[in-house]
Ligand binder design. Structure first.
Ligand SMILES: C[S@@+](CC[C@H](N)C(=O)[O-])C[C@H]1O[C@@H](n2cnc3c(N)ncnc32)[C@H](O)[C@@H]1O
Length: 220
């Protein structure tokens, strides 16, 4: 097993362990802030074939656009069980599958938009995960991420580095990653970054650039 595979397995086990508590742990912040941010996140989605990465317990299900073909994946089977239960309670048609974003089992250029909320802080190799997102996204397609990350404020970062020591161990979450840089490293084009709170919570809109065909390049 590679170091990345070992780290991924650890993340899977951690989320399996906290799955029964997850919704309760986040209840207050969900009601006070996250629900409003989820509205904004889903207002940015384009097209009709959409992939949600790291669906977790299914907190985004209620925001899925009507009429879209929805596919959602997660690494943790216990988180997914809860998402499946919610989907059936809400009578939603969504294909839920256990899958690692670092090894997506979809063909190239399959989706109009790929969405994730609070996921890339836990992915063992976030750049690899984002490269996979880019691969399965159609040319000109959109990627919308809501994440917590390293802030531009140095003092706040010292605090985040301290918090990170605990959050990685308990939740498998890194709260101090340079996520906007990671999106760029994957080759996606960052179009807009919206600060949701303290420069720590950000909404990232990125796009997979359409490739110019040989004939277009020659005639240019
Ligand atoms: C903090 S939770 C967020 C869940 C949900 N998106 C939300 O907004 O509540 C992070 C989720 O990412 C999933 N995850 C972590 N690493 C992953 C990976 N490599 N592939 C797919 N999902 C992953 C975890 O299992 C977990 O359900």
């Amino acid at each position: 097993m590679s170091t990345r595979e070992k780290a991924t397995e650890m993340v899977r086990r951690r989320y399996n362990r906290i799955a029964p508590l997850y919704d309760r742990m986040e209840g207050l912040v969900e009601r006070s802030r996250y629900s409003e941010w989820r509205d904004l996140l889903w207002s940015k989605v384009e097209g009709t074939r959409i992939l949600e990465v790291g669906v977790g317990t299914g907190k985004n299900l209620q925001y899925y656009p009507a009429g879209a073909e929805m596919i959602a994946i997660d690494l943790s089977e216990k988180m997914l069980e809860r998402a499946k239960r919610k989907a059936s309670e809400q009578k939603l048609e969504v294909h839920l599958q256990q899958m690692d974003v670092q090894k997506l089992e979809f063909a190239d250029k399959s989706f109009d938009t790929v969405v994730a909320s609070f996921v890339f802080c836990s992915v063992a190799d976030p750049v690899r995960g984002m490269m996979e997102v880019k691969r399965v996204c159609k040319e000109g397609g959109k990627v919308v991420l809501m994440e917590h990350m390293r802030s531009p404020n140095r003092i706040l970062n010292l605090f985040m580095d301290f918090v990170n020591l605990a959050s990685v161990r308990i939740m498998g979450e890194n709260v101090n990653r340079r996520t906007v840089d990671n999106v760029r490293k994957s080759g996606l084009e960052v179009e807009q970054v919206t600060n949701l709170a303290f420069g720590v919570f950000q909404l990232i809109e990125a796009r997979k650039k359409a490739q110019r065909s040989e004939s277009m390049i020659q005639s240019a």
